[in-house]
Design a protein around this ligand. Structure first.
Ligand code: UDP
Length: 459
């Protein structure tokens, strides 16, 4: 990639919840490495900005500046325990608070914003960009299939009707014959139709085709069929991932609770890694069932765990410490663990970042999805790419977990899954090379949109 001289000011609008801010910052770092003269104003909540900019190394990226925006919470607000509430307040305040932030950044930098990059969720960025007469580049943090589903929202509603029959197939969508209505994110058909998230996703699906370009944290060869369908829907569809492989690489975390050293003492492809991302948690009976399966089957494991330790079977943590068969840690250096040759399987909730990290680590997955895009991702892993298995019946039981662990760690099917995943891993590595598709799409973004020679007419 060649460095591009260009004095653009780009505003980056963040959806500051779950693991959304981190890939967006990685995306901005990647653009910045190609176009170091561009100034990026990164608008998010104070709490999210402070932890993200400490965690993610932006040393040497003086052109990326965090700006804190208002969270929209009333002064007297007390958290009710409903995680959707702060999101709702944020979204209501967001267009106004982002506009205020942009005005401040423009005054400080002395340069009008000439391009808007936003989390794709923030559909109203389309109207802001239109008003400002500048390009809008929404960034989608999940995979091609959930993106396609949201763009096809109205078609799906029409085809499935209001019957709510979860067993209906999605064969009317290209590439979706193996999928069922029950795989869809809530809010598409009957469930939670009016919730703030459902409304946001619906509006997003309608606005994305208007974007100058839609960027995705994925690589084209991972899902060619759906990628081509999406190309027909958007003015430009850019694959810019997997971001964990694109230069400049994120820093390695040195504090890993001793996981890597412990892992290194095991046989190749023999250890299970368990993590359900930054939000999801297993209900107590499933947690106990998984612990029992690991213990009874003698599967060595690393468990990234942030719940209530009392939910583990009695004595489980003590026995694990004593016999050294596993490690339970509050946070793990996931990408490094997944890249270790001793890692054999990832028990995951099917969050998109986790899936990409597992693919680039070459590790098959045992899937226990919870909500949003996760059930759809699970079906993709199991039925389309065949690099993962769901837990029997959709919930973790002791016997189901033992079966899935044995299948992935010591059966012919597990070996075949590893072989298939290694092909995807190779595609991912090719995509980020200087001649690869991801590099090409990144250069198109910089040359044709961010550092374009003259202002194009708003699309
Ligand atoms: N993660 C990590 N250590 C942990 C647990 C999670 O580094 O102990 C990171 C993981 O590498 C991934 C992100 O947190 O990048 C989780 O993102 P994902 O999209 O999988 O799930 P979400 O948190 O959005 O549900």
């Amino acid at each position: 990639m060649s460095n591009k001289s260009c004095s653009q000011h780009v505003a980056v609008l963040v959806f500051p919840f779950a693991s959304h801010p981190s890939p967006l910052l990685l995306f901005v770092r990647m653009i910045s490495a190609v176009a170091p003269d561009v100034k990026f104003s990164f608008f998010s909540l104070a709490k999210s900005n402070s932890s993200l900019f400490t965690k993610c190394n932006i040393k040497g990226f003086d052109n990326i500046k965090p700006y804190d925006v208002w969270d929209g919470l009333p002064e007297s607000y007390v958290f009710s325990g409903n995680p959707l509430e702060p999101i709702d307040f944020f979204l209501k305040a967001a267009p106004g608070s982002f506009k205020k932030g942009i005005a401040e950044a423009e005054a400080e930098i002395g340069h009008k914003v000439g391009c808007l990059i936003s989390d794709a969720f923030l559909w109203f960025a389309c109207d802001m960009a239109e008003e400002m007469q500048i390009p809008w580049v929404p960034f989608w943090t999940s995979g091609q299939r959930p993106l396609f589903i949201h763009v096809a929202n109205d078609v799906i509603k029409e085809k499935l009707g209001a019957s709510g029959d979860k067993d209906q197939t999605l064969e009317f969508l290209p590439g979706f014959s193996a999928f069922l209505a029950s795989d869809l994110p809530g809010g598409i058909t009957t469930e939670n139709l009016g919730s703030p998230i459902a409304v946001m996703m619906h509006k997003m699906g309608l606005k994305l085709p208007k974007a100058t370009a839609v960027a995705i944290n994925s690589f084209q060869d991972l899902d060619l069929e759906v990628a081509f369908e999406l190309k027909k829907k958007f003015h430009k569809f850019l694959h810019v991932g997997p971001l964990t492989l694109t230069p400049p690489l994120p820093p390695k975390i040195s504090e890993d609770n001793g996981c890597l050293e412990w892992l290194g003492n095991h046989k190749p492809a023999s250890v299970a890694y368990i993590s359900f991302g930054s939000v999801a948690a297993l209900p107590p009976h499933e947690l106990a069932a998984l612990a029992e399966a690991l213990e009874e089957g003698g599967f060595p494991f690393i468990w990234s765990f942030r719940g209530n330790e009392k939910d583990f079977p009695e004595g489980f943590l003590e026995r694990t410490k004593q016999n050294g068969n596993g490690k339970v840690v509050p946070w793990a250096s996931q990408t490094q663990i997944l890249n270790n040759a001793c890692l054999g399987v990832f028990v995951t909730h099917c969050g998109w970042n986790s899936i990409l990290e597992s693919i680039t680590g070459g590790v098959p997955m045992i899937c226990r999805p919870f909500k949003a895009d996760q059930p759809l991702n699970m079906r993709t892993l199991e039925a389309v790419w065949k690099i993962g298995v769901g837990v029997e019946g959709g919930v973790v039981t002791k016997s189901g977990a033992m079966k899935a662990l044995q299948l992935c760690l010591s059966s012919k099917e597990g070996k075949e899954m590893r072989e298939r995943i290694s092909v995807f891993k190779e595609f991912a590595e090719e995509a980020v090379k200087s001649y690869g598709r991801t590099t090409e799409d990144l250069n198109a973004l910089v040359n044709e949109i961010i550092c374009r020679p003259s202002k194009p007419k708003w699309l």
